[in-house]
Design a protein around this ligand. Structure first.
Ligand SMILES: NC(=O)c1ccc[n+]([C@@H]2O[C@H](COP(=O)([O-])OP(=O)(O)OC[C@H]3O[C@@H](n4cnc5c(N)ncnc54)[C@H](O)[C@@H]3O)[C@@H](O)[C@H]2O)c1
Ligand SMILES: [Zn+2]
Length: 794
């Protein structure tokens, strides 16, 4: 009754067979599929439909009648005594009721009911794990052989590799096992192991795995078991094959329990359900859990639970009639890349992101996918306009896993990492040896605002007590604060208004209103803390700016050597590099930061808001010795000119010009080897290399001119005084008092002697106070100390 197939039909069938066979080969033999499972399933379904409509089109070797693919190469063959079959599939259809949407499941259930003449039969219901099917043979309880499914008849002997999978028992537990037992199940890679593998591969600039399924199959089919052992694989049992010399329970669900007792991992999600409604309820329940499961599943499997019923139903060519796989929406889909953009994270990390033509992936419309880092984009060679496979599994951000180069538009060009941050325009810098690029914008980058503010307010930076993440979030989200300088403009009303909006936004009862009274104490305290932070130290301020690579100790070095903010801001990179522990990367980060107009504005605004430093001085006299000709010469790498030679030259020549004027003949007389002199002469003759040297020299002179002639000439007000602090002072912490006294040149000592100028005593002062009285040393209270500080602090 079916109409004869047209030529177009038979051509289509042949084309489908070719495509499917090619896909089978890539998937089953190479473990490197080039189309998604969803596409594969569509092709197979189309072929099935054609063959059903026109049975004369069906060939004996059609992929619709066969399982997997015959493996080739490498491994010895294993013939399966009982074939390892595939499963029929049920997909969701468009419809209003469950019976319409899950029509194929309803049909399956009805067929089972009718054939067995049984109402609402019981099914074993299990997650459909997405890995590689294997069969494990146990003789007298000992693992003797393991094989892949292959084409269902013949698989590959992967015993050595399977022995490295921890979840597979090498010896059965308990007792009562049959003399020969074949256990079948799925080797999988847990998502966390897959993610960890890929993170490592990306960091090492190596090829990543497309998905956990390919990870499992590819790892298991390695010829070297040592490689398999390094990839973390897991295993779940879900069936038995040959059983000899022993009995198993009469139902599948009981058998799974038995397998668990013998030491096999069985999915904790496996259970039983009856009737169509029971099956669908299970499907929905597991579907809701899918993202949270530790492994990928592509559906659930329903198997008639009792073996007697299974035997009655039997098989079609490639699958049992008593079971069906009910598939979930696919986790991988094909779409096109509309743009590649850079996303800047809270801490400045720059991540390339593909903007995609919207596509449903595992039940969610996906429009963006991460490309991880610039190296990954290069490795995948993703280009704008490309057709790509995106994967979304679990709560991991969707990612691009593969490009289909054959579908690339002619004009597509390779992508390159932009040089500047899309949010703030600052340079993107790459940390040495790291795959990640970062925005160097810090303070001025809106993407990093919150993180920059939290850092600025931190205890070891500006120490603004109470300005934690919660307030920073609200201050930024509601637009009260863009840069740290804005903090100093906030009024009590701003804070109360901000808090009210934040509470409203959260839907919580405003905490600010308690018993009809507006609570303001917290805001007053915060304003007080912000005001107090205005008086700070240079290292705290420099650290607070959040300049890339500038930790507390580098900030201290900068302050100690350069003395004042102006010098830190204006000292060029080559001079910064001569400071102790400041290498090229750090120097370039500091110079880069202050070269940025936006950063300069923020720093100026902070100074205008009243930030001042209790410890600002002049460049350190120690710099005098460092800034000589040797430093200038060491900054440029002239070949054959080592540190010894540059020091030698510096002894004779005070300036660059005097060195140039003297000429190479004189250098040799001074003791420089001829080869070194020749190289240096060539170097200095080149205007392009001389330029930076001249620049550095000019900056050096500015610094040198600013250094006070003699350190004492500055006359620190408390120079020569030794002060001892004891007991608890009413307002100042011991550290703060010490810091402020030292900033004025005093020495703060821990013990009282005749040389002690005076002792500052607070509450519960102990033996030091007694000692002072004994020696007749002056004893001050905090009020008097504060007067002294106020008198001398600028
Ligand atoms: N992307 C490609 O190019 C490509 C090519 C070929 C096959 N494929 C994928 O493979 C599928 C076809 O392969 P198939 O023949 O293995 O069929 P299948 O994956 O749809 O179903 C059978 C397999 O399910 C697995 N399984 C997982 N949990 C199970 C459980 N609890 N009980 C029983 N079996 C369970 C077993 O490995 C079994 O062999 C396609 O649907 C497609 O997703 C993809
Ligand atoms: Zn930026």
């Amino acid at each position: 009754m079916s109409p004869h197939p047209t030529d177009a039909d038979s051509q289509r069938a042949a084309a489908l067979r070719t495509s499917i066979e090619h896909a089978n080969y890539r998937y089953h033999v190479l473990d490197d599929p080039d189309i998604t499972d969803a596409e594969y399933d569509r092709l197979l379904r189309e072929l099935e439909a054609l063959e059903q409509a026109h049975p004369e089109l069906a060939t004996a070797d059609s992929p619709t009648r066969r399982v997997g693919a015959r493996a080739q190469g490498g491994f010895a063959e294993v013939r399966h005594a009982r074939p390892m079959l595939s499963l029929g599939n049920a997909f969701e259809q468009v419809g209003d009721t469950d019976r319409e949407r899950f029509h194929e499941v309803a049909e399956f259930e009805r067929r089972v009911e009718q054939t067995l003449d049984r109402r609402e039969p019981v099914f074993s219901v299990e997650p459909k794990l997405d890995g590689l099917a294997i069969s494990l043979r146990y003789e007298d309880g000992i693992f003797v052989q393991g094989a892949t499914r292959g084409d269902g008849e013949t698989g590959e002997d992967v015993t050595a590799n399977l022995r490295t999978v921890r979840a597979i028992p090498l010896r059965l537990r308990g007792k009562g096992w049959p003399q020969v037992l074949e256990v079948r199940g799925e080797v999988i890679m847990l998502r966390k192991d897959f993610e960890a593998f890929n993170a490592r591969a990306r960091a090492a600039d190596e090829k990543t795995l497309a998905n956990p399924r390919n990870g499992a199959a590819g790892s298991l089919r390695q010829l070297d078991p040592a490689i398999t052992a390094k990839r973390k694989l897991s295993f779940f049992a879900y069936a038995v094959g040959v059983v000899e010399g022993g009995e198993l329970p009469s139902t599948h669900s009981q058998t799974l329990k038995q397998l668990r007792d013998w030491g096999f991992p069985v999915s904790p999600e496996a259970g039983t359900a009856s009737g169509f409604a029971g099956l669908i309820a299970y499907y929905q329940r597991i579907g809701a859990k899918r993202d949270a499961l530790p492994y990928d599943i592509d559906g659930v499997v329903y198997k008639l639970d009792d073996y007697a019923g299974q035997r009655e139903l039997g098989f079609v060519s490639r699958a049992p009639r008593w079971a069906i796989a009910h598939k979930f929406p696919a986790q991988e889909q094909t779409t096109t890349v509309e743009a590649i953009e850079i996303q800047i994270g809270r801490t400045g990390a720059a991540t390339p992101v593909a903007r995609l033509a919207p596509v449903p992936v595992a039940g969610v419309i996906v429009t963006n996918a991460t490309l991880h880092n610039a190296d990954q984009v290069a490795r995948l060679d993703v280009r704008i306009g490309d057709t790509v496979i995106v994967r979304r599994a679990g709560d991991v951000i969707p990612e691009v896993v593969r490009v289909m180069p054959e579908q690339r538009p002619a004009h597509a060009t390779p992508w390159t990492m932009p040089t500047h941050c899309p949010v703030c325009g600052s340079a993107l810098l790459r940390e040495e040896g790291a795959a990640a690029w970062r925005c160097s914008g810090g303070l001025v980058c809106a993407a990093q605002r919150k993180e920059a503010l939290i850092h600025f307010a931190a205890r070891r930076a500006m120490d603004i007590d109470g300005l934690g993440e919660r307030f920073v979030d609200a201050l930024v989200d509601f637009g009260y604060v863009h840069t740290p300088a804005d903090l100093y403009r906030l009024s009590l009303d701003d804070f109360l208004e901000m808090k009210r909006r934040a509470d409203e936004h959260d839907g919580s009862t405003p905490e600010t209103v308690k018993a009809g009274k507006i609570a303001t104490k917290w805001a007053e305290n915060l304003i007080e803390a912000i005001t107090a932070s205005k008086r700070t130290t240079l290292p705290r301020f420099l650290f607070g700016l959040g300049i890339m690579h500038i930790g507390e100790s580098t900030a201290k070095t900068l302050a100690a050597w350069l003395g004042g903010l102006d010098f830190v801001r204006n000292t060029p990179e080559p001079i910064l590099r001569v400071l102790p522990d400041i290498g090229g990367e750090v120097a370039s980060s500091i110079a880069g930061f202050f070269a940025q107009a936006g950063n300069q504005q923020v720093v100026d605004a902070l100074l205008a808001a009243g930030i001042s430093f209790s410890d600002e001085t002049m460049p350190s006299p120690k710099l005098r010795g460092k800034l000589d000709l040797a430093v200038l010469l060491d900054m440029v790498k002239v070949s054959k000119l080592g540190p010894k030679s540059t020091q030698l030259l510096a002894q004779y020549y005070p300036t660059l010009q005097s060195l140039i004027d003297a000429g190479s003949a004189q250098w040799i007389v001074a003791g420089l080897p001829q080869a070194a002199a020749m190289h240096l002469a060539t170097y200095l003759a080149d205007a392009s290399t001389l330029g930076p040297l001249r620049e550095a020299e000019a900056a050096m002179h500015t610094l040198l001119a600013a250094i006070p002639q003699a350190a004492a000439a500055v006359g620190a007000p408390l120079e020569g005084k030794t002060i001892v602090l004891t007991g608890t002072l009413p307002t100042l912490s011991r550290d703060e008092a010490k810091e402020r006294l030292e900033a004025l040149g005093a020495k703060v000592s821990g013990s009282v002697s005749k040389k002690t100028s005076f002792v500052v005593a607070g509450e519960a002062a102990g033996s030091k106070l007694d000692k002072a009285q004994e020696l007749g040393v002056e004893v001050w209270d905090e009020a008097r100390l504060l007067e002294l500080l106020a008198e001398h602090e600028g």
